[in-house]
Design a protein around this ligand. Sequence first.
Ligand code: GDP
Length: 431
Amino acid sequence: MANTVLIGSQWGDEGKGKIIDVIAPHHQWVVRYQGGNNAGHTVEIGDQRYVLHLLPSGILRDGCQCVIGNGVVIDPAALEKEIDEVEASGIITIGRLFVSDRAHMIMPYHCLIDSSREGRAADKEKIGTTKRGIGPTYADKASRVGLRIGDMLEPDFADLVAARVRENNQVLAALDAPQVDEQECVARYVALAARLKPYIADTIKLLNDADAREEAILFEGAQGVMLDLDYGTYPFVTSSSASAGGACTGSGVPPHRIAKVIGVIKAYTTRVGEGPFPTELHDESGESLRKAGNEFGATTGRPRRCGWFDAVVGRYAAMVNGIDYWALTKMDVLDQQAKIPICVAYECDGERIETVPASVRAYARCRPVYEEMPGWQSDTTEIERLEDLPDAAKRYMARLEELTGVPVGIVSVGPKRHSTFVIDSVCKFRT
Ligand code: GDP
């Protein structure tokens, strides 16, 4: 069994897309299991740059089968657009892409409810959502009033959509938000159902059958553990299980079939949107990380907040996900730093604490306790072998391993496939 879960171990944008693309050839299946088109993976292959929001990154690899699992929420129009885009660059999706019939469907009223709530919230209560209807769709799922992708195959699908639109127009009226045109929405969703029908499948059976045949499955997490609905900085979180546990509930593959968990972690920290972030830098060090790391959101273009590596977050991510090894990305972004602080603990209300507190208010009062490592001040982006990394970079990596209790298995020093080193003694495959 070689089934792997790969997750973001900070606040997302760790470079998961690139690592997945590098390890995808060792797997026959790549599965998205949570979130929606609020995720944004960037993958560079040769001169082509792909930004994928909903499609698993494995779609860019011939011979890889891709699944959008039951834990994902799907905007069918966004899915259609993304399929059109990758097909335009010659990638075949029919027979390779399977969409769970149990995945919930984002409707136009979800997006309107999302924007209306976020727009009306007082500044300090804004969650920083992407306003793509993800949260309200998960809320409908939990309230048992959602529409699922499988409903598209039912003869009364048009009636189901019409009934939901009428009901939600009342909610929209109460929020003073624009109404959804019932007829237009029904016509659009019926057309989308016809377009997406060839992709809709019982992906639970498909994946378990593949697993029984010993085909390796890679589960692709979106966002990161600090944005997980349960473990993150609630309420400044996403509305799904971005941690390793979500891979099982979001795909129907049982926990004992997962062989390992890879945590993707940046050599520093970033966060998009609102919410506390203890190591955030408000000075020119933050600006230099943002510039060197090109830290602007793949989905929204928003500048990301930047700060030093937070080992408390790393330890916490390792604990709740059972991380076997890190894929440490963006080491090159630190190339020019003379000194590199690492947050080893927090100080909160006069006490030293070693883990992430539940209360977002307490977390906002946490101040980082730093230790400092010397930088390497040389260009790592052209390095082609792990051995050639500067000694100071190797010492920095070793310290992160020590502080988090997890070995580094993959190191990345640039956006391209070849700027990735696999440490054979930790990983059991080669790229
Ligand atoms: P994801 O959502 O976790 O996949 O992360 P994003 O795609 O939003 O952001 C990662 C960005 O960093 C992308 O533009 C990648 O091409 C880029 N990237 C990935 N790994 C590295 C690296 O090691 N160094 C540099 N400089 N960029 C990287």
